[in-house]
Design a protein around this ligand. Structure first.
Ligand SMILES: Cc1cc2nc3c(=O)[nH]c(=O)nc-3n(C[C@H](O)[C@H](O)[C@H](O)COP(=O)(O)OP(=O)(O)OC[C@H]3O[C@@H](n4cnc5c(N)ncnc54)[C@H](O)[C@@H]3O)c2cc1C
Length: 337
């Protein structure tokens, strides 16, 4: 097990914040993790955080506790029939490497989730989604270790999945460490192309294939999203708010081009990026934090910004959106205070 005191997390968060953890540990086996949890170090340090690759985290400052990271990177087929295959993957496996593996083996289900930063463990915490697909659609079960070292298996239905949400983000936050996730993939892929210009891009190349979908998704994402290696960011900063249809209809009288998507009976989802853009925030900076100039949903670190500066910008935007539209937008990014 790797163990470092006063450890810099700058390579472990895509906002590029130069913050430190009082103790950082990275384990390679479940036994190592269990021994560490039972060592008393968590209690001694007072608080703990398990991270993946830090692509959805915003640190307000140094972390005066234990930061844990998984180096469980195994992958095995655990069940198979004529139409499906079930794969069990270690939480530390890089998510996009897993997508590439599935595509290379002809297994469908995760190709629309290509090029999302992060690791397998966090995919099951965040219920990652893109291009009309959410990972909950393919998760069979999640294996996790409680802080006393005992193992628990959560069936998909027990994970409380919602839009970018799960029990691991809410009621069970900080109580379980995900060690493995089991995914169920299709041997005969069904292509889901009805999102944005994905179909046009894929079909321009002929009959759809998993490789073509993966390539098209990656190309669209490249053209729209800033690369965290160049400009620190954590992807979409806010979730898309859900409002009542009557609230939306009233707003539409003033803003006829405000888009929406159905979100259940009498509810609609409004793109947060549209609200932020139309409130005039695109490209605006507050100190060293800014709204990206091509994608209003993404807040960026212009260089040397602190987490508090990004949080202050997010708060100002949130107030403005509420004052303009009467809609509360909430961060998708996990604030680490
Ligand atoms: C450029 C960019 C584009 C993005 N695009 C998308 C997108 O299209 N769709 C989307 O859904 N997200 C997107 N994201 C957000 C991000 O990629 C996802 O939220 C991802 O799942 C985070 O993975 P991570 O490994 O970096 O997790 P982290 O950010 O390190 O952690 C996220 C949460 O998971 C918890 N966690 C991590 N590992 C474990 C574990 N093993 N056990 C228990 N808890 C754990 C953490 O405590 C934290 O609460 C994007 C981010 C960036 C930077």
């Amino acid at each position: 097990m790797k163990r470092y005191d006063n450890y810099s997390l700058s390579a472990h968060n895509t906002f590029g914040m130069d913050v430190r953890a009082a103790l950082f540990v990275e384990y390679e086996t479940e036994d190592e993790l269990r021994r560490f949890l039972q060592s008393g170090d968590l209690a001694r340090h007072g608080r703990h955080l398990h991270i993946g690759s830090g692509s959805n985290l915003l640190f307000a400052g140094d972390y005066d506790g234990v930061v844990m990271h998984s180096a469980l990177r195994d992958l095995e087929v655990v069940a198979e029939d004529d139409s499906h295959i079930e794969v069990r993957v270690g939480a530390g496996y890089v998510w996009d490497d897993f997508v590439a593996y599935c595509v290379a083996h002809g297994w469908g289900g995760v190709e629309n989730l290509s090029a999302i930063p992060g690791e397998v463990g966090a995919s099951a915490v965040q219920n990652i989604g893109a291009y009309g697909v959410e990972v909950r659609d393919v998760i069979v079960r999640v294996e996790a270790m409680a802080l006393d070292g005992t193992m628990h298996v959560f069936a998909n239905a027990e994970c409380g999945y919602g839009y970018r949400d799960s029990v691991f983000k809410r009621g069970l936050r900080g109580q379980y460490i995900i060690t493995h996730v089991v995914y169920r993939l299709d041997k005969t892929p069904t292509f889901r192309l009805d999102y944005g210009d994905l179909r046009a891009r894929v079909e321009a190349g002929g009959t759809p294939t998993l490789e073509a979908v993966r390539g098209a998704v990656a190309a669209i994402r490249d053209s729209k999203l800033p690369d965290p290696k160049v400009l620190g960011n954590a992807g979409s900063f806010f979730t898309n708010p859900i409002v009542t249809r009557s609230h939306y209809e009233r707003l539409k009288e003033t803003y006829p081009d405000m888009p929406s998507y159905p979100a259940g009976e009498d509810l609609v989802k409004v793109p947060a990026g549209w609200l932020i853009d139309h409130a005039g925030w695109k490209g605006k900076a507050l100190g060293r934090a800014a709204v990206h100039d091509r994608q209003a949903l993404v807040l960026v670190n212009l260089g040397g910004a602190t987490g508090k500066e990004v949080m202050a910008l997010a708060e100002r935007i949130g107030e403005d959106i509420y004052n303009n539209y009467g809609i509360r937008i909430t961060p998708e990014v996990n604030f680490i205070l």
